[in-house]
Design a protein around this ligand. Structure first.
Ligand code: PEP
Ligand code: MN
Length: 342
């Protein structure tokens, strides 16, 4: 259910409607808009008693939301959401005019490695650094990440280079720590339907980058985002990272049609990860160009200074020179669409 306020409704009136909704036992989600505000209602399994709300001061109308996802839906918020990530070098935005670039190694391996990659990606113009301190690996014998010491290295990257930090939480325990150190909390493909983790991310005070599960449908992807928003965290960035298919020339099949499909149904920004999406270094550049051309709000890409010796995902990591080329090429493509890079 959505309560649409009149364009001249006051903050006081919005507050009164929210209070009434909560009194009725539901959760109210105020959604400011450029023309008028709206209030999403969740927690209602049946029809909300409209009479009481519709007659309140400042209310224009109450409309049922037909989709199973509500807060992520464009029905509830027609305008794009722009998520601001503060960094020492200024805000990076997702979902606005500019295309956001997130670059760094799959895993933080040492301070030396993280600093080398951070310096390189910063020189090419990136302002957000990625790197996992907690790695969800297929094999229990593979490198699992440095844990909290890895987060401390990421904090040192922010201090030294001014880059914002994007890093993954794999369970509620690591999320507590990641929330403290990171600027954006990543939820990985394997955890897209870890509902207790999604709820915990929904209570976090930092933006969440939610990756599509490797066999998730559009509805499942959006419902996972709904879990986060239903808890009150509206700062969700979606990420297409490829799905499992029969193709064996790539690790995954990057489903670029997901971008316009999401944009049609949701106001949330969506970025593309061409590294996991292909699994092959030589395909990262062409698919990055395609991602910007299709309308993605950003790119998340793995860069390593010595990929042959990387402790994870070396095969799909590009080297700093290739990243410099990627930035130059995607900047040109963004320009054709009247977008810039940030
Ligand atoms: C990653 O970003 O390094 C990662 C593990 O990604 P995904 O969850 O998409 O596999
Ligand atoms: Mn990786």
């Amino acid at each position: 259910m959505l309560v649409v306020m009149q364009s001249h409704a006051t903050d006081e009136q919005v507050r009164a409607v929210c209070e009434r909704i909560e009194e009725l036992g539901y959760k109210a989600h105020p959604i400011p808009g450029s023309v008028r505000s709206a209030i999403g209602i969740t927690g209602n399994t049946g029809i909300v008693d409209l009479g009481t709300l519709e007659s309140m001061a400042g209310v224009a109308e109450c409309i049922p939301v037909s989709k199973p996802y509500k807060l992520v839906s464009r029905e509830i918020k027609p305008e794009n959401s722009v998520i601001h990530v503060p960094t020492p070098l200024g805000d990076v935005t997702f979902g606005g005019q500019a295309v956001a670039i997130v670059a760094g190694p799959c895993a933080v391996e040492s301070e030396k490695q993280a600093f080398a990659v951070a310096e390189a990606v910063k020189t090419s113009g990136a302002r957000l650094f990625r790197g996992g301190a907690y790695k969800p690996r297929t094999s229990p014998y593979s490198f699992q990440g440095l844990g909290e010491p890895g987060l401390k290295i990421l904090a040192a990257v922010r201090d030294r280079f001014g880059l914002g930090i994007v890093t993954e939480a794999i369970d509620n325990e690591s999320l507590d720590l990641v929330e403290r150190y990171a600027d954006v909390i990543q939820i990985g493909a394997r955890n897209m339907q870890n509902f207790s983790l999604l709820k915990r991310a929904g209570r976090a005070k930092k933006p969440v980058l939610l990756k599509r599960g490797m066999s998730a449908t559009l509805d499942e992807f959006l419902m996972a985002a709904e879990y986060i928003m239903a808890e009150g965290n509206y700062h969700v960035i979606l990420c297409e990272r490829g799905v499992r298919t029969f193709s064996d020339h790539t690790r995954n099949t990057l489903d670029l049609s997901m971008i316009p499909a999401v944009q049609r149904r949701s106001h949330l920004p969506i970025v593309v990860d061409p590294s996991h999406g292909t699994g092959r270094r030589n395909k990262v550049l062409p698919l990055s160009r395609a991602a910007v051309a299709v309308g993605a709000d950003g790119i998340l890409v793995e860069v390593h200074n010595d990929p042959e010796r990387a402790l994870s995902d070396g095969m799909q990591s590009i080297v700093p020179e290739e990243f410099a080329q990627l930035m130059a090429e995607v900047r040109q493509i963004a320009g054709v669409l009247n977008r810039s890079l940030n």
